[in-house]
Design a protein around this ligand. Structure first.
Ligand SMILES: [Zn+2]
Ligand SMILES: [Zn+2]
Length: 193
C-alpha cells in the first residue's frame, strides 16, 4: 500500500480510500483526487438528487435508522445539548424546525406517509434550480421563499413525502388551492421507479 500511486495525479502521499471490490482493497485514485471527482459529480443537480434518493432510502431501512440514531446520540452526548441550541439558530436549523411544523400539519391532515426531511426539501429545490415549479407557465411568480406544493393535495389523501412535493412560489401555490388543478410531473418520481 505504501508505494501505491494515484492513477490520476501519480502522488503516493495522500492516502487512498478503502474499496472492498478492488484487488488491493483500496481505490485507484488518491483521497484528494477521489474527493475532487465526487465533489464535481455531486455539483450536478441530477446526480445530487440521485444520491439523496439513495441516501434517504437507506436512512429509512432498519440499519440506516439505527446508525443515524447512534450518530445523533453521540453528538448529543458530546455537546450536552448546546449544539442543538446553536443548530436551532442557524439557517439550516430554522429550516428544519419549519419542516417539523409542516410534518405536524401533514399528520393533522391525515397524510399516511410523512417523512420529508430538510435535506430532501433542499434537494428538491436544488433540482428545480431554486425556482417555482410553475415559473414560465404564463403568470409571473411572487418573490419570497419557495413553498411546498403537494402534487396530490394532503386534503385528497396525498402524502408529505419527497415524491409528492414540488417547490412553488406563494402565488402559484395559492392559485392551486383555489381549485384550478394543475398536474405537475414530478421528475423525482421518474428517477425512483
Ligand atoms: Zn491523485
Ligand atoms: Zn410561481
Amino acid at each position: 500500500m505504501n508505494m501505491k500511486s494515484c492513477t490520476k495525479c501519480g502522488s503516493t502521499v495522500n492516502g487512498f480510500h478503502k474499496r472492498k471490490a478492488s484487488k488491493d482493497g483500496y481505490r485507484s485514485l488518491c483521497k484528494l483526487c477521489h474527493n475532487e471527482d465526487s465533489r464535481k459529480w455531486r455539483s450536478v443537480p441530477k446526480n445530487y438528487i440521485v444520491m439523496k434518493i439513495y441516501q434517504s432510502a437507506w436512512n429509512k431501512t432498519p440499519k440506516g435508522i439505527e446508525s443515524s440514531r447512534k450518530s445523533s446520540r453521540k453528538l448529543y452526548e458530546q455537546s450536552n445539548g448546546t449544539a442543538q441550541k446553536r443548530y436551532n439558530e442557524t439557517e439550516k436549523g430554522k429550516l428544519a424546525n419549519r419542516l417539523k411544523a409542516s410534518r405536524y400539519n401533514a399528520r393533522k391532515n391525515n397524510a399516511s406517509i410523512c417523512d420529508l426531511t430538510a435535506e430532501e426539501w433542499e434537494a428538491i429545490k436544488k433540482f428545480y434550480y431554486h425556482k417555482c415549479y410553475y415559473s414560465g407557465s404564463g403568470t409571473q411568480c411572487s418573490k419570497g421563499n419557495l413553498e411546498m406544493d403537494h402534487i396530490i393535495p394532503l386534503s385528497k389523501g396525498g402524502n408529505h413525502t419527497m415524491s409528492n412535493i414540488v417547490p412553488s412560489c406563494r402565488k402559484h401555490n395559492a392559485q392551486k388551492r383555489d381549485g384550478s388543478p394543475r398536474i405537475p410531473v414530478q421528475p423525482l418520481l421518474l428517477l425512483v421507479v
